[in-house]
Design a protein around this ligand. Structure first.
Ligand code: MN
Length: 239
């Protein structure tokens, strides 16, 4: 059986210093690539392009979709005006990823959303995001390195994630936003102890999971985090 191709969505930035200053670049953190590779998949980067016909072809060549982390989603996409604390938004990326999610779910391909990707999956299906976690009592924007597990997450009994890790799992935390209202068809299956939503699972898709933390940064120190990627990649195997 051929290894499944896993599309990873990309981010964008302007190069600041050096002779290429001002050049727009698209990129993704190496940790996502290594996590997919370690789980048995073939990572394929999906650059941000907002032409429908091209997005259709991008999705057609991959067997699974990984929505990577990044900046904030435009609040207008879930019917809100921006609050003062909203970070930088990238409308082209929002449009690209919303279309990829729609196509992936329509064609039965597995979707894994990480951090922003978890929120994006929720917005794509009609849910909303808390634009800034002003009320959260725990530290969700940790200052420690990515492989440091800062807070506990309680997993819903019987969920896919509980099947991987049991009742609780320690996670890192690099977010100032989180899912507010879960979309129809998505079940909240994990929360931090202050109530902040940390994961959702699609109720009917073969695999539709979003996690608010960054498991890809934890794999070396916490090998159990690889289980999420393995479950995802295994669902993507081509018949
Ligand atoms: Mn958190």
């Amino acid at each position: 059986m051929a290894k499944p191709l896993i599309g990873i969505t990309t981010n964008q930035f302007l190069t600041e210093g050096g002779i290429m200053a001002g050049t727009k670049r698209q990129f993704v953190s190496d940790a996502y690539i290594q996590a997919v590779f370690s789980a048995g998949g073939v990572p394929v980067l999906l650059p941000i392009i907002v032409e429908q016909a091209v997005i259709v072809e991008q999705l057609a060549v991959v067997d699974g979709l990984l929505l990577s982390g990044g900046g904030d989603i435009q609040p207008q996409l879930f019917g809100e005006e921006p609050v003062r604390e909203l970070g930088k938004v990238l409308p082209e990326r929002d449009m690209h990823e919303l279309e990829l999610v729609r196509l992936a779910l329509a064609s039965g391909k597995p979707v894994l959303g990480i951090c922003r990707g978890c929120q994006l999956l929720n917005v794509a299906l009609g849910g909303s995001v808390t634009q800034h976690l002003a009320e959260a009592t725990l530290q969700h924007d940790q200052q420690s390195p990515g492989d440091y597990a800062g807070h506990n997450v309680v997993l819903e009994k019987g969920s896919r994630l509980a099947g991987l890790w049991g009742n609780t799992v320690m996670t890192n935390s690099f977010h100032h936003q989180a899912i507010n209202k879960a979309a129809p068809g998505l079940r909240i299956t994990a929360r931090a102890k202050d109530g902040v939503v940390e994961a959702v699972e699609h109720e009917t898709a073969a695999f539709g999971v979003g996690v608010q933390w960054h498991p890809e940064l934890m794999i070396t120190k916490y090998p159990a985090m690889l289980k999420l990627f393995t479950a995802f990649v295994n669902t993507a195997y081509r018949k």
